[in-house]
Design a protein around this ligand. Structure first.
Ligand SMILES: Cc1cc2nc3c(=O)[nH]c(=O)nc-3n(C[C@H](O)[C@H](O)[C@H](O)COP(=O)(O)OP(=O)(O)OC[C@H]3O[C@@H](n4cnc5c(N)ncnc54)[C@H](O)[C@@H]3O)c2cc1C
Length: 589
């Protein structure tokens, strides 16, 4: 273990510090011992990098510790890039301190609204090897993105330093990854859709890379987010049962039970190379075809360029398509766009004018009933969002969406709003005597998303296809789960909590999804599977559930093998090899 840490230390210091001049930049996520802090890579595109967060659910977490090699001794000024994530007339929730070689720096951090550099204090560096510690003071989601040591007292400006390019320059990193790997198929995003795509492609003989930015597979179904799966297996029962879970309540610890099995099953395929804790950050295309996907390790910063003739975007957010220039849509279409109006629900179902509302994101959470009394503090910064709402656990209705908040660009604000809703509602419930023995067992820090970008394929799947039971000649996915779309129940009254949603249901018989909705219209070698498939806002209402998205993944894996066999594009599987493709799918049962 010690040897491993030493190797890590050498790698990390060379990747993550710049000692060319008299300044040193340390990416917080590179800390060798993270203590109780977690790496949060969800907002890299907005932040330029992942960050460390003290997610202690009210109990300060263990210190994060790392060692850094300084080339020059002397006096240094120290800053941390951090934020007060719930600013207002109260004590900031996420305060922390930095210590250097055992000396605690003067200033408490996490006090300024919005991401910025806060001054921690001055320190005399007397040895080349320096130990840095982050000490959480509150247990309520303090965050540290980077630490900067400089012999000059000039604070780095936020404008220059929130950019990935500034970091690269400081860390001496090259833009193009030095390592390159080639596969038959590169899949990005290891939710059920990505896992199923990897398994089915591997079973068809392809060499597959599955890149996933978390330590465990399953996306929303994982032990980290804990949404239970719904839908049917369609033609892919055997594959989907390898990655599915027993039906547990949303947020339940029971999500753990099948986590290990899912990961083990995916890992058991020799021709799947699994890149856990790797986040794709770019897709480079030429002549409307993707040549490479670049990915970065979320802790060490190591980069790899992935090359393949074909790619699958199962990131949920359509990242690969977005970077490659694929056409996509976002928000609710006007009822005239596809004729999806339903008089019974009017504007709530399909608005007269299109807008940027989508189904919201959730943070699930759970309590534990114990034999002792557990205190929970009053939290004015959380009460502001929770209002009078009382709860001891969350469910799917804990969801946040607003016309002016983008589910990707503003995801950190959405997640933080949900954290305030949870802590505040729990604090309210704890004031009741009947809840005195409850303690917070688990709060996710990951946003469980339902909807964001939808990549456009040769066919855009809509509510009409459900209603009219459209029989597609290229139907590869089938589902009978009701269509439901959500709306926020209280967005107009600022006195009411705004983080709860309601669902509108349409129940019909089985419906089918065509293969043409599973590859990009304008990027010739890009498949998509999962909630970013080609559909309208209401078209997503049914097929977003995880067994349906799993079916999409399995169907795409097989299509990729047909592409490889005949050296054709995903579109040509439809135009030239449909019969053979459907026959392979038929044999899956
Ligand atoms: C609270 C809640 C309740 C729900 N209820 C249900 C339900 O009861 N049953 C049901 O089946 N569905 C339910 N859904 C919907 C369902 O969970 C989603 O629609 C589904 O997870 C989408 O699957 P996916 O594979 O497309 O995406 P995800 O499950 O989100 O998986 C995509 C994965 O890709 C990873 N990723 C993203 N970008 C990158 C990148 N750049 N590099 C590497 N990895 C990346 C993400 O970390 C993520 O884990 C619910 C959703 C929520 C939030």
């Amino acid at each position: 273990m010690k040897t491993l840490k030493l190797i890590l230390f050498i790698c990390i210091t060379s990747f993550y510090t710049n000692s060319v001049a008299q300044d040193v930049l340390i990416e917080a996520e590179s800390f060798v011992d993270k203590g109780g802090w977690v790496v949060d890579p969800q907002f890299v595109e907005q932040m330029g990098s992942p960050y460390l967060m003290a997610h202690g659910m009210g109990v300060p977490v263990e210190n994060a510790i790392t060692n850094v090699n300084f080339k020059e001794k002397g006096k240094y000024h120290v800053w941390a890039r951090t934020k007060n994530w719930a600013p207002g007339n109260w004590d900031a929730p996420g305060q922390f301190k930095i210590s250097v070689n055992g000396k605690v720096l003067k200033n408490t951090l996490g006090l300024t609204s919005g991401w910025t550099w806060e001054y921690a204090g001055k320190v005399n560096i007397e040895s080349n090897e320096v130990e840095i510690q982050l000490s959480d003071l509150t247990g309520f989601n303090g965050r540290c993105d980077a630490i900067y040591f400089s012999q000059s007292k000039k604070m780095p400006t936020e404008a220059e330093t929130n950019l990935a390019s500034w970091r690269k320059a400081k860390l001496g990193e090259t833009t193009i990854p030095e390592q390159q790997k080639s596969y038959d198929l590169v899949i990005v995003g290891g939710g059920l859709a990505g896992c199923a795509a990897a398994i089915s492609a591997a079973e068809q003989g392809l060499n597959v890379a599955l890149i996933h930015d978390r330590p465990v597979l399953g996306g929303n179904a994982s032990d980290e987010i804990r949404v239970h799966t719904l839908g049917i297996y369609g033609k892919f029962e055997r594959i989907l049962k390898m990655i599915d879970t027993e039906h547990y309540p949303n947020g339940s610890y029971k999500a753990k039970y099948d986590q290990e099995r899912r990961d083990k099953n995916v890992k058991s395929y020799k021709n799947i190379d699994l890149f856990l804790d790797w986040r794709a950050y770019d897709a480079i295309s030429e002549n409307n075809a993707i040549k490479y996907v670049d990915a970065r390790n979320t802790a060490t910063g190591e980069r790899i360029r992935f090359k393949a003739p074909r790619f699958v975007d199962s990131t949920g957010d359509g990242w690969i398509g977005f970077w490659a220039g694929a056409e996509f849509s976002y928000g609710r279409e006007s009822s005239k766009t596809y004729g999806e109006a339903w008089d019974k629900w009017g504007e709530l179902w399909s608005p007269e004018e299109g807008d940027d509302f989508v189904m919201g994101a959730s943070v699930l959470w759970q309590n534990e009933k114990t034999n002792e009394v557990h205190d929970f503090p009053e939290l004015p910064w959380a009460a502001d969002v929770a209002k009078e709402h009382k709860a001891i656990a969350g469910e799917w209705q804990w969801e946040f969406s607003r016309n002016d908040l983008h589910q990707i660009d503003d995801a950190e604000e959405i997640r933080d709003h949900m954290l305030r809703a949870i802590y505040g509602s729990f604090a309210n419930a704890k004031k009741l005597d009947e809840n005195k023995n409850y303690k917070l067992e688990w709060v996710s820090y990951l946003v469980g998303k339902r909807e964001s970008r939808r990549l456009i394929g040769d066919y855009i799947y809509t509510f009409n296809d459900v209603k009219n039971l459209t029989k597609f000649e290229d139907a590869v996915v089938e589902e009978k789960r009701a269509v439901d779309v959500h709306y926020q129940i209280n967005l107009k009254d600022s006195e009411e909590p705004d983080f709860l949603s309601e669902a509108l249901f349409y129940k019909g018989p089985k419906y089918y999804i065509p293969y043409r909705s599973l590859y990009s219209k304008n990027i010739s070698n890009l498949f998509m599977a999962g909630r970013n498939f080609s559909c309208s806002h209401i078209g997503l209402g049914g097929p977003r559930v995880m067994l349906t998205t799993g079916q999409m993944g399995a169907a795409v894996g097989i299509a990729a093998a047909i592409c490889e066999k005949y050296n054709v594009t995903p579109r040509e599987v439809y135009t030239k090899h449909l019969q053979e493709y459907l026959e392979v799918i038929e044999k899956q049962q």
